[in-house]
Design a protein around this ligand. Structure first.
Ligand code: AMP
Ligand code: MG
Length: 483
């Protein structure tokens, strides 16, 4: 039976401090819930000759492929601002799978049992939240935003104790790596300079080989990660994605979105939107995501201080300058992203005003973020009275005038907008609907949702139901951490 695994496990060879060698804890009665065939193909993996029972054994960790060297990874993290030593408390890395001998992917089981990092947790995951990660991560990928992927979900046949008894599950996560800001924090806390050098070298070799022979690798790494994370958060702001738990352990060095817990998409535009039930003070609200990205990068910079310059004061000065520049990089990227969303070419001195006027109007009128841009592209079959508002009509006229400058035309403007404005996003009520059905072994709604979310920038027929936001009600939509 050849699946095509090609494991080469470099992380497992790092010093003991970085890892714990551990196997997944077998589960009672694994059953395959979903397998991502397209992703499997991209990974050069062929599961077509394996029946579902054996797939379930494989994706639960009950049967391990050869050449694996399973580990849990150590990391720390600032959770809502408080520093804690963490680590994979309910995940094991199966190994690094090589595609065409060049591309390297972490294959990780999430919900695979206790490890030495589990603290008081049971090491397990619940079916609903694992399917949620599957749906949203695949949607984010289709939106052309860097992210970890989801290869499979199996139910375990075991109940997991939360507020009540819930069905257990294991998610197979694919990532370009699981190195987090928190990984650096863990190693920095150990105060072993050699380990820190090892981690920097390892990260650079894996993600930024272009700076392997640089004179100041730590500094270059910081700059590159800042660039990547800045781009990532701009992408989130573009599509209205709210991560929900941007702790430093949930921020990757690769620049991929990771850890889909209480995340959700904003419907009506409100910069203060928070969905997570545990985010009482809105630390991770929609508009706080950029400053929090900067805050997390500052934590990464702190870890790198000993390598940036031998003189600590000098190192701090250099690192501070870099982090202080975040705002400039972000604002420029954000402005250009918003220009793209509005189909504006080149620059005009009134652009910021034009953009903010629209955002303010959306906020005041509780207009849907996604659908407003669809309305501007004139490709939304959903009619909404809100766009008859005089203030909006006035704004629209200014926008039309702006489109035509700098060589813009209605046609090329629309083309630009189509590439940047999704027509469909994973609406909260649709995701809930799909998950509820899946909990009752009815997978059709989830598969249907997934297939629509695969082409967010394409006008598909008969998807009105997926474009309508949930009615604005007194009851706020809440997401839960999903442990
Ligand atoms: P997360 O909220 O998923 O980002 O996880 C934060 C930390 O808590 C990580 O170290 C996880 O491994 C750990 N954790 C989350 N859920 C569990 C669980 N059920 N059992 C053990 N550890 C967990
Ligand atoms: Mg996490």
């Amino acid at each position: 039976m050849t699946i095509g695994w090609h494991f080469d496990n470099t992380y497992a060879k790092l010093p003991k401090t970085f890892i714990e060698k551990i196997k997944p804890t077998p589960v009672h009665d694994p059953n395959l819930v979903i397998l991502n065939k397209e992703l499997a193909e991209d990974l050069n993996l062929d599961f077509s000759k394996i029946d579902n029972k054996d797939l379930a054994k494989l994706f639960s960790g009950n049967v391990l492929p050869g050449d694996t060297s399973t580990i849990a990874q150590a990391y720390a993290g600032h959770q809502f601002g408080h520093f804690t030593m963490l680590g994979d408390g309910r995940a094991v890395l199966l190994g690094e799978h090589l595609v065409n001998n060049t591309k390297r992917f972490d294959i990780q089981f999430k919900g695979s049992g206790r490890t030495s990092f589990s603290r008081n947790g049971d090491g397990r995951a619940v079916l609903g939240p694992m399917l949620r990660e599957y749906i949203i991560s695949e949607a984010i990928h289709a939106l052309k935003i860097p992210t970890t992927r989801s290869l499979a979900v199996v139910s375990t046949g075991e109940k997991v104790i939360r507020e009540n008894l819930l069905p257990g599950a294991v998610l197979t996560r694919v990532a370009s790596s699981h190195i987090r800001v928190g990984t650096f924090q863990y190693i920095a806390a150990k105060q072993n300079l050699n380990y820190l050098i090892t981690l920097v070298d390892y990260t650079i070799k894996r993600h930024y080989p272009e700076i392997q022979s640089s004179n100041n690798k730590a500094l270059d790494l910081l700059n590159l990660v800042m660039e990547k994370q800045c781009q990532l958060v701009v992408d989130w702001m573009r599509v209205g994605f709210i991560h929900g738990v941007m702790n430093t352990d949930n921020m990757t060095l690769s620049g991929e979105t990771i850890d889909y817990g209480p995340c959700a998409f904003m419907d009506h535009y409100d910069p203060k939107t928070v969905f997570s039930s545990i985010d009482k003070f809105g630390r991770y609200s929609f508009s706080n995501q950029p400053p929090i990205t900067k805050w997390n990068l500052a934590r990464l910079a702190e870890c790198l201080i000993p390598l940036i310059d031998k003189n600590e004061d000098t190192a701090i000065k250099i690192a501070t300058e870099i982090i202080d520049n975040f705002q400039n990089i972000y604002e420029l990227k954000w402005l250009n992203m918003m220009r793209d969303k509005l189909g504006l070419f080149g620059e005009d001195k009134n652009d910021i005003k034009l953009i903010n006027n629209l955002l303010n109007w959306m906020e005041t009128n509780q207009a849907d973020y996604t659908n407003t841009f669809c309305y501007l592209m004139n490709i939304n079959s959903i009619k909404n009275e809100v766009y008859k508002d005089k203030n909006f009509i006035d704004w629209f006229k200014n926008w039309q005038k702006r489109i035509l400058i700098n060589g813009g035309s209605q046609e090329n403007s629309l083309e630009l907008m189509k590439k940047n404005n999704p027509i469909v996003i994973p609406r909260n009520h649709k995701v809930e609907e799909a998950l509820e059905a899946a909990n009752n072994n009815e997978l059709k709604p989830m598969n249907n949702l997934l297939s629509i979310l695969k082409k967010p920038y394409v006008k598909q027929g008969n998807i009105e139901d997926f474009q309508v936001p949930a009615p604005i009600s007194g009851e706020k939509y809440q997401t839960f951490c999903g442990t």
